[in-house]
Ligand binder design. Structure first.
Ligand code: FA5
Ligand code: MG
Length: 418
């Protein structure tokens, strides 16, 4: 049995993507639905908001080399080991990632290419691309989104030269505009330490360079915003220390937009840069695009409806003009869980999306009940179906819902109720 879509072939024992064959094993959980996205490359479309923001950021970091076409199919070594992510780290699990097999995965972040960037010889570079994570389903979560990675390092023989080079770069940079309020209470301390191999004065200057670079990028993309609030908080990533997250206050909410930090020296050394010290950030593009363009649903970025695509101009941020939404169709499914085994929402959502595709707008638990006598647990999920492009009929959705029920019964060994 084979299933085919745009360069992707599913065979019994292998998955083939553009001629490259990946042997299936117990880890395989990529689906035709998710693989149908790898050819879309929204970040390269100059009329898609994702592509427009990517170009805006590249325009700001004009002395950075841009890498936008690394393959999203990477080794687990690239996605995890190279980044010093421990063997037992939760971010490696099958319920969070799309595996081709034990050693090949759809990248979960653009950080998977940091070593390739280091090998390129450019000391400042950006990497953008589509990234994949198994996740819940709602208006701001989709299993594919986009990130841009920024990386800068300074490579000199001694401390004085390093300090001088970073300071010169900072002196050259334009000052942070008045319209931004930066809230930064972060301090370097034991819980978020300077690496023992590093010099404190150098790290403080690298961190200042990182913070200036990011604050001014945010000002650039939110140009014209009368009062912009940016907040720096401490964070943890296995591949940076100290580490930070940056949030933007927008329309009444703090929005997490990126993670960053001073790169672990072990990683620099593995990249052949043992004399250098550097910083990196990884930023999600969808959340920024949703606020800047006023886009209410993350699935819209994937729309091929002309009413969406024709609204945007290359290089320009403009407000999305909603076109009428088609009505939803809502179906519930309830079942008794098997007596043993863990239950993961992500796996359930994946099965639903595997059958129904993008027509699923939202999946949520509406009832979770454990029978007092038998101790059996029953769940009820509400699935909201809606198309971005057309009216769906109740008959059509009933048919899909029947397939969903069959797939859920088969995948999870549950006992369907009524
Ligand atoms: C990372 O992915 C790290 N690789 C970032 C990094 C790079 C840290 C370099 C240090 C140095 P995180 O999982 O937090 O971290 O994701 C980074 C950003 O991607 C988030 O701040 C958010 O803007 C975006 N993001 C994460 N998950 C989602 C999601 N499910 N949907 C949309 N955007 C997301
Ligand atoms: Mg995060």
């Amino acid at each position: 049995t084979t299933k085919q879509n745009a360069g992707v072939v599913f065979k019994d024992n292998a998955v083939i993507v553009h001629g490259d064959e990946y042997t299936k094993d117990a880890w395989t959980n990529v689906t035709p639905t998710v693989l149908s996205k790898i050819s879309r490359q929204l970040h390269l479309q100059d009329r898609n908001p994702i592509g427009i923001i990517r170009q805006l950021i590249e325009g700001h970091f004009h002395d950075f080399k841009g890498f936008n076409s690394f393959s999203p199919i990477v080794t687990t070594r690239q996605n995890f080991d190279d980044l010093l992510i421990p063997q037992d780290h939760p971010s490696r699990t099958k319920s969070d990632n799309y595996y081709f097999n034990e050693s090949t995965v759809l990248r979960a972040h653009t950080s998977a290419h940091q070593l390739q960037g280091l090998a390129s010889g450019y000391n400042k570079f950006l990497i953008s691309g589509d990234v994949y994570r198994r996740d819940e389903i709602d208006s701001s979560h989709y299993p594919v989104f986009h990130q841009i990675e920024g990386f800068a390092y300074f490579e000199h023989e001694n401390k004085q030269d390093t300090l001088a080079a970073i300071q010169a770069d900072l002196d050259n940079a334009s000052p942070i505009p008045e319209n931004i309020q930066v809230i930064d209470d972060t301090v370097i301390h034991q819980g978020n330490p300077i690496q023992s191999c590093h010099d404190q004065q150098v790290v403080e200057l690298v961190a200042a360079h990182l913070k200036h670079s990011i604050n001014s990028m945010i000002c650039h993309i939110f140009a014209g915003e009368p009062d912009l609030k940016v907040r720096w908080i401490e964070a943890y990533f296995p591949f940076t220390s100290p580490s930070y997250e940056v949030e933007i206050f927008y329309q009444g909410e703090w929005l997490e937009v990126l993670g960053c930090g001073v790169v672990q020296q072990t990683l620099m050394n593995r990249g052949g840069r043992d004399k250098a010290i550097g910083w990196a950030f990884g930023m999600g593009l969808e959340r920024l695009a949703m606020v800047l363009f006023g886009i209410p649903d993350i699935r819209l970025f994937w729309s091929e409806d002309a009413r969406f695509l024709e609204q945007f101009q290359p290089g320009q941020i403009s407000k999305f003009k909603p076109f009428s939404k088609y009505p939803p169709c809502i179906k519930d499914i309830s079942f008794w869980l098997p007596a043993t085994g863990d239950w993961h929402d992500n796996n359930f959502c994946e099965t639903v999306r595997g059958v129904a595709g993008d027509i699923v707008e939202n999946v949520k638990v509406i009832d979770d009940f454990t029978h007092p006598k038998t101790n059996r647990r029953s769940l009820c999920y509400r699935i909201m179906y809606r198309s971005m492009d057309r009216n769906v009929t109740n008959d059509e959705i009933n048919e899909i819902q029947e397939k969903v029920r069959a797939a859920v019964e088969q995948d999870f060994d549950v006992e369907l109720r009524e």
